[in-house]
Design a protein around this ligand. Sequence first.
Ligand SMILES: Cc1cc2nc3c(=O)[nH]c(=O)nc-3n(C[C@H](O)[C@H](O)[C@H](O)COP(=O)(O)OP(=O)(O)OC[C@H]3O[C@@H](n4cnc5c(N)ncnc54)[C@H](O)[C@@H]3O)c2cc1C
Length: 465
Amino acid sequence: MERQFDVVVIGSGPGGEGAAMQAAKHGKSVLVVERYHQVGGGCTHWGTIPSKALRHSIQQVADFRRHALVRSLMPQIPLDVPTLLRSAASVITQQVEMRHAFYERNRVELATGAARFLDPLHVEVAGADGALTRVAAKHFIIASGSRPYRPPDVDFSHPCIFDADTILRLPRTPQSLAVYGAGVVGCEYASMFKGLGIKVNLVNTRSRLLSSLDDEISDALAYHLRDQGILVRHDEECERVEAVDDKSVVMHLKSGKQIKCDTLLWANGRTGNTEALGLAAVGLTPDARGNLAVDEHYRTKVPHIYAVGDVTGPPALASVAYDQGRFAARHLVDPKSSHQLVKFIPTGIYTSPEISCIGPTEHELTVAHVPYEVGRSPFKSLARAQITGQTVGMLKILFHRDTLQILGLHCFGYQAAEIVHIGQAIMAQPGAGNTLDYFIDTTFNYPTMAEAYRVAALNGKNRLS
Ligand SMILES: Cc1cc2nc3c(=O)[nH]c(=O)nc-3n(C[C@H](O)[C@H](O)[C@H](O)COP(=O)(O)OP(=O)(O)OC[C@H]3O[C@@H](n4cnc5c(N)ncnc54)[C@H](O)[C@@H]3O)c2cc1C
């Protein structure tokens, strides 16, 4: 039997959900096909949500441990990774239930199974019980996400070797962790596990941490990770991983160094989930990383087949995937629609300290010969930071010397990922609405972290005189 829909969405992560909801709101009949037994995608089950929930639990314990009164009442707070991971599980359940209700409320049909194209107008859905269903649609939106890249010569079945997906099923608390790859995921996990008092080596294949960040922020991250006791090694490449026994492995680096650990997290690159989609049947070929090329409306080169989210490559963020899904569906409904992502997408990096940035870095402005000035607000001088004891951090505003237009915001420390959105709103104002003066002339709640804007704006403006 063949079923017929206006739109078939493959994948129920943020990209698929955004697309499905938007298409349904415009009256389209929508089927979402998800091969995992629950909705939510990698975002809910293996990525954003569990990693942030785990981080929150670790930070709460670390805060308790720092608190003198709590320490005097309870000198030992026992900590083990499996228990902390269980606390993340309850958030996942809440997210799944909520997302399920969204689909029901918007009358989006869900099919559990793996989707594969048969031809440009049909997919086959293979259920876990082996049942095959043929589905026809006028439009398809591929939102199949990505997975950690696994080099063929590393044995991921070894009990000490994990990737970003499997680390969340760690059955024990490590004593020593080596993280290979110092991208966002590598830095976040290195920082989290150090928070548990575990010995951590962070192996970076590049010469700086997160080199797309503003130099000052990247330097601050390296300083604070080292200050917490993480051994950061730059410009290193793995030659091979040797299994000593089932309790430890040694990572041999091309430089001749050897790192022995009981847990290795391989966090070096991701691959788009395209190999099982039967793309040859529709004439699509992913690139070497398994990603699909799309135009500005998220159309692949087969115009009625769209692709959104991680499967289209960077920036590979849940926040972006959701909007791409919505915009693809809007275009599908109305080809004259021209919704685009905002010019400057914020970066939120949940290391300790937390990092968030938006807009060009100092280096980029310098290379582009933009006459900018800098205003800084170190958190240690904010009353709110002193009260909470969260004094590590800084907000830096980059603004045009002549027009006072805010060009970029770079922040690290407590609540950085929230703080940056205040400046983002002003940066998004048209014309003269985007001005540093807003922060000088505005009365802020006191004491708040937001006050950093006033301090940084005054600091910057004083440099002009
Ligand atoms: C550890 C970690 C931390 C992260 N933290 C953040 C963060 O803090 N903030 C942020 O914005 N982003 C974060 N991300 C990135 C974010 O998780 C992804 O960008 C986001 O999940 C991408 O959404 P998506 O919809 O493209 O794909 P996914 O969320 O991966 O969903 C894809 C879905 O498609 C399904 N699927 C695949 N193939 C098929 C098929 N053939 N048939 C049916 N279903 C299929 C999969 O089972 C999956 O459920 C993090 C990622 C990781 C790994």
